[in-house]
Design a binder for this molecule. Structure first.
Ligand SMILES: Nc1ncnc2c1ncn2[C@@H]1O[C@H](COP(=O)(O)OP(=O)(O)OP(=O)(O)O)[C@@H](O)[C@H]1O
Ligand SMILES: [Mg+2]
Ligand SMILES: [Zn+2]
Length: 427
């Protein structure tokens, strides 16, 4: 086969070159980034369509221009980083010292990523004067950055929201803890006040109980005793009616009437004040003196002797009632049970102790029947009263016959003789 004539060969070559150019353009234009072939001094030898998309110039218009001039139109910066980068890249590519160069640059509104790589040479050939030396690829990362930016914003807003939410949770948590503490405190307070209530109602019941006891004592001591006396007096009156020579019954009945009046008065006194009025009127020792005289008048068969060796002011106010009531009870017991001829009432202070003794020469306590002991409440009351006021009560069998009842109260500094009460002074 004969060789093709030179013309035909030349035409074939031109066609092949044309095809290669078209292929390059087709491929390069399909890329999203800017692709430029650069000559020995950085001049653009080819550019794809992106140069037009980015409004840097027309594909044919940029040919021969410096890549820096196209990318940085009108740049006068002598220390321009892009210009420096391109210059450095080309010089190193010419020298063959490095193969890849990268730079991130903001140009206009775009974040750009630039790479410069050497053109591949045909094997065994030197680059010729007019051959492209390097490929510049510029990728627009704006969308990526925008996305990254949005992501960061999203992230930080998410963080912000997480922070806010955490804070809100912490607040709720703290409120809850405070609420728990508040409730615990309320519970404690409730328990305390419930305990106080229990204690209070116990006190109330105790006070009620004490009050009942006192009223019972008063009724027994004043009304009970008076009625006993009235009964005895009326019996005596009737006796005198039967035997007028023994005395005048009228006087005895008058006495009974007086006793009944007194009873009525003491009932009123009880309802007004559980303390016998006579104590305030006279003072304790004088009241005792009066009572014993009155008692002797009621029971003339009994000789009543008194040894009251204390002043009114020496009997502490707190003990006046118990002393008076005790004498009442003990004398009435003598009248009721002892069948005695003689009784001694003695009040004294010895060794800072107030002593009350009632001694009779009757049948003696031992003669009391079991039955009467069971029914009587006088001595039990008396003992309780003594204990309630810090005193002691005892019944002893004195030498000879009869009964000796003794009461004692230790006096303290608060019991020092005080001036007479205002009630007395007012009289
Ligand atoms: N001086 C006394 N001599 C002899 N026996 C006494 C004497 N005092 C009390 N007793 C006996 O002790 C008992 C108890 O006395 P207490 O004063 O407690 O009851 P009461 O006098 O019988 O009844 P109340 O005092 O309740 O009216 C009496 O029933 C009596 O038998
Ligand atoms: Mg009695
Ligand atoms: Zn520049």
């Amino acid at each position: 086969m004969a060789a093709k004539p030179p013309r035909v060969a030349e035409r074939d070559r031109q066609v092949a070159i044309e095809r290669a150019k078209l292929e390059w353009e087709g491929t390069a234009d399909a890329l999203a980034g800017l692709v430029c072939l650069l000559g020995r001094h950085g001049e653009i030898m080819r550019a794809n369509r992106v140069v037009e998309d980015w409004a840097l110039g027309s594909v044919s218009g940029v040919l021969g221009k410096q890549a820096h001039t196209v990318l940085h139109p009108g740049c006068r910066n002598t220390r321009c980083s892009l210009a420096g980068f391109l210059k450095q890249a080309l010089s190193e590519i010419r020298a063959g010292t490095r193969k890849q160069f990268e730079l991130q640059e903001v140009i206009g509104a775009r974040f750009l990523h630039l790479t410069v790589r050497p053109m591949r040479q045909r094997p065994d050939t030197e680059a010729e004067q007019g051959d492209p030396r390097a490929v510049l690829v510029v990728t627009d990362l704006s969308a990526l950055y925008r996305a990254q930016d949005a992501l960061e914003r999203l992230n930080s807003s998410l963080e912000e929201r997480v922070r806010a939410r955490t804070q809100a949770l912490a607040d709720v948590n703290r409120d809850l803890r405070n609420e728990i503490i508040r409730r615990e405190q309320a519970e404690v307070a409730l328990r305390v006040s419930r305990n106080e209530l229990v204690a209070l109602s116990e006190q109330l019941i105790g006070a009620q109980e004490g009050e009942r006891k006192r009223i019972a004592l008063e009724l027994h001591d004043s009304v009970g005793q008076s009625l006993s006396a009235v009964k005895y007096t009326l019996e005596r009156g009737m006796e005198l009616l039967r035997q007028p020579r023994l005395g005048d019954p009228a006087a005895v009945f008058q006495l009974a009437v007086r006793r009944i009046q007194e009873s009525a008065e003491s009932i009123r006194a009880i309802s007004m004040n559980l303390r016998p009025k006579i104590l305030d009127d006279l003072g304790a020792a004088s009241a005792l003196q009066w009572f014993c005289r009155d008692f002797a008048e009621t029971y003339p068969s009994l000789t009543v002797t008194t040894e009251l060796g204390v002043q009114d002011s020496e009997v502490p106010d707190r003990l006046a009632t118990v002393v008076y009531r005790s004498v009442q009870e003990l004398l009435n017991n003598v009248a009721k049970h002892a069948a005695a001829k003689y009784v001694l009432v003695k009040l004294s202070i010895e060794d800072n102790t107030l002593l009350l003794a009632v001694r009779d020469n009757g049948v003696g306590h031992d003669h009391a029947t079991a039955d009467s002991r069971r029914h009587g409440s006088g001595l039990r009351n008396l003992r309780e009263r003594a204990q309630m006021t810090g005193g002691q009560f005892s019944i002893v069998r004195p030498p000879g016959r009869g009964t000796l009842a003794q009461l004692s109260w230790r006096l303290d500094s608060a019991d020092r003789p005080a001036p007479r009460s205002t009630a007395r002074a007012a009289r």
